[in-house]
Design a protein around this ligand. Structure first.
Ligand code: TXD
Length: 319
């Protein structure tokens, strides 16, 4: 059986971490692409030189030439600029929209059958634009944010309840911004919803509210600490889970920025919702029911995504 091929468009902090994880897990051979000369080649060589020690056989290549991504099964897009302290994700629109155009065209030409995972911020608008620029089917283009936000939520909850992270499930829905919706009703400790855990006296509503707030600001907390960029270990791990579910047809159910065509009352937009990822890409949307309060928070988040999409359309009227 031929090896899978994973193309990483953008070889910065997340791109390099993705390459390392994909190689260690032997998801396939890895191509690191970047416009910066030397960076993808250097990272590819460095990671390849860890292979004999770690014992994996993935091959790695760094490049500035889109032709090298030819036939990729998965493309993970991190190309663009990240946030610096004081910047919101939305400040990145103008620069990163241009990058999405170049990337979309490159993927359309060289890897039109790939499953494309966009990570570049502002996520929900960039994945929407990338799908339009690439012209790939909507089920083959998804955005990574919900797994990361949910993983942050899970980690904070595991600490609060003093239980294994594996016993915590959580859903963070909506757009990947300060209006994201960490759902307490659909988040559980071993299947027991958080409101019931509060009733059982394992935590208080105030503590859960504080964790919800910390989750919403989770990216900013890391930007504030790192000062020179944004998070990369957890974002990379999250995208790898998506790639693995596609390549191995695992059908994990995870929150991702998926194309909505009427689901949740949203049309022609990407928003974070629970989906099944399998060999067909985004195979199915789990259209959960919201309470009135959740619906209001979700709609509020969708409105924030809408503003970003409109900003993109103003910059590039072809969209
Ligand atoms: O949850 C999420 N979706 C996110 C998103 C979580 C964390 C960070 N998130 C966003 O990912 C962040 O705001 C950025 O927009 C991306 C990538 O973050 P990273 O930390 O990896 O940024 P780097 O280290 O600056 O890497 C970006 C690389 C860099 O090497 C540039 O030279 C390259 O992108 N770049 C390009 N590559 C290819 N083609 C073009 N046009 C291009 N422009 C820049």
């Amino acid at each position: 059986m031929a090896r899978n091929k994973i193309a990483l468009i953008g070889s910065g902090m997340i791109g390099g971490t993705l390459a390392h994880l994909a190689a260690q897990k032997e998801l396939g051979d890895v191509v690191l692409f970047d416009i910066a000369e030397g960076i993808p080649e250097g990272k590819a060589l460095d990671i390849a030189q860890s292979a004999p020690v770690d014992g994996y056989d993935s091959r790695l290549k760094g490049t500035q030439d889109y032709a090298d991504i030819a036939g990729a099964d998965v493309c993970i897009v991190t190309a663009g600029v990240p946030r610096k302290p004081g910047m919101s994700r939305d400040d990145l629109v103008e620069i990163n929209l241009k990058v999405m155009k170049a990337v979309g065209e490159g993927i359309a030409k060289h890897a039109p059958n790939a499953f494309v995972i966009c990570i570049t911020n502002p996520l929900d608008a960039m994945v929407w634009a990338l799908q339009k620029f690439s012209g790939l089917p909507t089920n083959k283009v998804v955005g990574m944010a919900g797994i990361l936000d949910s993983s942050r939520f899970r980690m904070f909850l595991a600490e609060e309840f003093n239980v294994s992270v594996e016993s915590v499930t959580a859903f963070v829905l909506g757009g990947h911004g300060d209006t994201m919706v960490p759902s307490t009703r659909y988040s559980t400790i071993a299947g027991v919803p958080l409101p019931d855990m509060v009733k059982l006296g394992w935590s208080t509503q105030e503590k859960i509210d504080a964790i919800v707030d910390r989750t919403r600001k989770g990216g900013g907390e890391i930007v504030g600490l790192l000062k020179t960029g944004s998070a990369y270990y957890a974002p990379a791990a999250s995208a790898i889970q998506m790639a693995e579910s596609y390549l191995r047809d695992k059908k994990v159910v995870v929150p991702c920025a998926a194309y909505l065509d009427g689901e949740f009352g949203v049309k022609d937009r990407y928003v974070g919702v629970p989906i099944v990822i399998g060999s067909e890409g985004a195979e199915r949307i789990l259209e959960i029911e919201f309470t009135d309060e959740e619906k209001q928070m979700f709609d509020n988040s969708v409105a924030a995504v809408e503003d970003l999409v409109e900003a993109c359309q103003k910059i590039d009227p072809s969209l």
